[in-house]
Design a protein around this ligand. Structure first.
Ligand SMILES: Nc1ncnc2c1ncn2[C@@H]1O[C@H](COP(=O)(O)OP(=O)(O)OP(=O)(O)O)[C@@H](O)[C@H]1O
Ligand SMILES: [Mg+2]
Length: 406
């Protein structure tokens, strides 16, 4: 269960500078929980990095672990100000503006070109398909004529998606009947400013993901495949390792490696996958950043996705991605729907001395009516028996309550 005694880990945890590892100042566009968890990785392992974040909300989650510049993800001046304070720039949110990043005067990882392609689901899928990476059939939709054409080509069920800006399932509508086509189109058209994508429905047996990291020398490391369960379009649970065959595991890892390699850039990527009942694996979507399904790695892996992301963008060597436990599950703590106000995560104190249960509170200013991610819990088990792990996790989850305080 201990970290391997590599030179990297020994020096990092003693706070000593690694030979050839100059301290780096890293700018992060976005100061939400992903940047916050990078800050925790720096503090926990005494990594030689100073983080500066750019976020419009004062006291955003990452502000407790990094210097904050209050400003917009899309404002070129704000992004330049961030860049002027650091050695290298990265981002935790796809709303970071690629053009502003390209012109910020510093190295940006992952590249603004990768971000520009990935943030538009149509351009993303087109590129993946051109690179020979398996994705569901799709076509761009911009009006009722192209919508009809898409339905004729791919049939129903299908998924209509906003090309840009969707997250946590918002921006997607699954169409199961002909009469649902127009309401789906009307509900997304405005949000998506007419830029939509129709995708063939994949009757998946499981949703998986692989977190992959690429360093500045092109070396790629992957984490074990995770199994993801969603609730109302939001990730609810991630199980590590996924309960899938060896063949499916090899396919998922190979697909993730090909996907991250295709972007020829540096940093951590979350690669969401579908597994079909015939053991085929397809890419659902790619995130050019640390990913919710990788949160487990903070406590379950020798080197977390957060630490490895920072090491990659800083130009440093990657750490070991293997698990230091037999199995792990991450459960998202999501604010109750249709509720606003401040909240408290109660019961976390019960687990403060445990070495197998870790509760994270993102310290958000409040919950919102859409059901906001406000924290997560990671539970480790010393057995590969996932049934046992899930029972243990459910028991623990029941002891943690979200209370609305005002
Ligand atoms: N082609 C498809 N066939 C079947 N289900 C799909 C398809 N596309 C998306 N879904 C379902 O909708 C969920 C959300 O889709 P997608 O990942 O595209 O949206 P998102 O809002 O960007 O997601 P998130 O931000 O939660 O990762 C998927 O996890 C999957 O459950
Ligand atoms: Mg997704």
């Amino acid at each position: 269960m201990n970290e391997p005694r590599t030179q990297m880990n020994l020096l990092a945890s003693s706070g000593t500078q690694l030979p050839g590892y100059t301290r780096k100042r890293i700018g992060i566009v976005g100061g939400g929980q992903l940047a916050m968890l990078m800050g925790i990785a720096v503090a926990r392992d005494a990594l030689p990095y100073e983080l500066v974040i750019l976020d419009p909300t004062a006291n955003c989650p990452a502000s407790r672990y990094a210097k904050q510049i209050v400003g917009s993800f899309a404002n070129p001046t704000d992004i330049k100000t961030l860049a002027s304070e650091v050695d290298v720039v990265t981002y935790e949110i796809e709303l970071a503006d690629p053009t502003a990043l390209r012109n910020c005067g510093k190295q940006v990882y992952p590249s603004p070109e990768a971000l520009e392609t990935i943030r538009d689901k149509y351009l993303q899928k087109k590129m993946l398909r051109e690179k020979g990476i398996a994705v569901a059939d799709f076509m761009a939709v911009c009006d009722t004529t192209t919508l009809e054409e898409a339905i004729e080509r791919f049939g129903i069920p299908g998924v209509l998606k906003a090309r840009v800006g969707g997250y946590d399932g918002r921006g997607n509508v699954i169409i199961r009947k002909k009469k649902e086509v127009m309401p789906a189109y009307e509900s997304l058209r405005q949000q998506a400013q007419g830029l939509l994508l129709f995708e063939k429905y994949v009757p998946f047996s499981k949703e998986l993901s692989v977190i992959a990291v690429r360093d500045i020398n092109g070396k790629i490391a992957t984490y074990p495949v995770t199994e993801n369960m969603h609730n109302n379009g939001i990730l609810d649970k991630t199980i590590l390792p996924a309960r899938i065959s060896e063949t499916a595991t090899s396919k998922a890892v190979a697909l993730a490696i090909n996907t991250i390699a295709a972007f020829e850039t540096v940093g951590t990527f979350g690669i969401e996958l579908f597994l079909t009942k015939d053991n085929e694996v397809l890419v659902n979507e790619v995130a050019p950043r640390v990913h919710n399904s990788g949160h487990c790695t903070l406590d379950a892996a020798y080197t977390s996705q957060f630490r490895n992301h920072l090491q990659a963008v800083a130009g440093h060597e990657l750490g070991i991605t293997a698990l230091k436990t037999s199995s792990a599950v991450m459960i998202n703590l999501i604010g109750p729907p249709a509720t606003t106000g401040k909240y408290a995560i109660c019961g976390a104190e019960l687990f403060k001395d445990r070495t197998d249960v870790f509760v994270y509170d993102y310290g958000k200013p409040g919950v919102n009516p859409n059901g906001r991610k406000i924290g997560h819990v990671t539970i480790l088990a010393d057995t590969p028996d996932i049934t046992y792990l899930l029972e243990k996790a459910e028991n623990i989850r029941q002891k943690i309550r979200i209370e609305i305080t005002q």
